[in-house]
Design a protein around this ligand. Structure first.
Ligand code: ADP
Ligand code: MG
Length: 235
């Protein structure tokens, strides 16, 4: 899909296209990094590119083998919770801007917490990067989004193989493990929350595409949002 070549990595540093919300995200990342949380240290903006330090571990497509065990899913839940807690003490700069409208509250959600946006070591999630979609929002926003990917929903046999999951994997146990790792207390209608968050994610792609942001505009042109508008299903 579009977007891969927008990111360049050399000498332990990643360069990505700058966006109107980059300064806000860098302020948040600087706060989390200073608190000892595992996110990329923001190094600044150079022309049209933002510059961040690489986090250690295996990331992107290399994430899939790591996330196949239940213990890995639990570790991802714990990490997301730690990051959410860390965002609560951050004070947004005046005129803070986000990729999508703020949903309010004192927690900043990552906005795209999936296995490939985490760095992994030995089946443990050790860092989260790609904070472009961050926005203040209730925690359930990220939890439901992560459950879509970690359960996972909407996977055929080929995709299961790609994600290093056996045909007999237990989606319900993986959902429980994520929520347990996160420390989720209280009720959660997982199917409804995942369906709602999925629909919101599709709308967010359209929102960004209509404003000319890449790669969302390319996804909209290619008709992806309509194909994504299906009821999420567990295998
Ligand atoms: N800070 C980082 N530390 C380690 N790897 C990174 C970092 N940022 C990006 N990468 C690598 O580059 C890939 C693409 O970067 P990402 O920030 O996820 O952008 P996008 O998903 O928009 O293409 C990731 O999947 C990962 O492999
Ligand atoms: Mg990414």
């Amino acid at each position: 899909m579009a977007g891969e070549r927008r990111v360049s990595i050399h000498g332990g540093v990643v360069r990505r296209p700058v966006a109107p919300w980059t300064d806000t995200v860098h302020s948040l990342l600087a706060h989390l990094h200073a608190a000892g949380l595992p996110v990329p240290e923001p190094l600044g903006v150079e022309g049209a590119q933002e510059v961040l330090r690489l986090v250690p571990g295996e990331a992107g497509e290399q994430a899939w083998p790591h996330q196949s065990l239940i213990s890995a899913v639990r570790s991802a839940g714990s990490l997301l919770r730690a990051l959410h807690l860390g965002t609560r003490s951050w004070v947004p700069p005046p005129g803070a801007r986000w990729a999508v409208p703020s949903e309010g509250g004192s927690t900043v959600c990552h906005g795209d917490p999936k296995p490939t946006n985490m760095a992994w070591r030995d089946g443990v999630a050790i860092a989260v990067f790609d904070w472009d979609m961050a926005r203040p929002a209730p925690e359930v926003s990220d939890v439901a989004y992560a459950l879509y990917w970690f359960a996972p929903f909407d996977v055929d046999e080929a995709e299961l193989r790609h994600r290093h999951l056996s045909k007999t994997f237990d989606a319900h146990a993986r959902i429980e493990a994520f929520l347990d790792g996160y420390g989720w207390t209280g009720p959660l209608d997982v199917m409804q929350a995942v369906a709602d968050r999925r629909e919101q994610a599709v709308k967010e792609v359209v929102y960004l595409g209509e404003r000319g942001h890449m790669p969302h505009a390319a996804w909209v042109d290619a008709g992806w949002p309509d194909r994504w508008r299906t009821e999420p299903r567990l295998p």
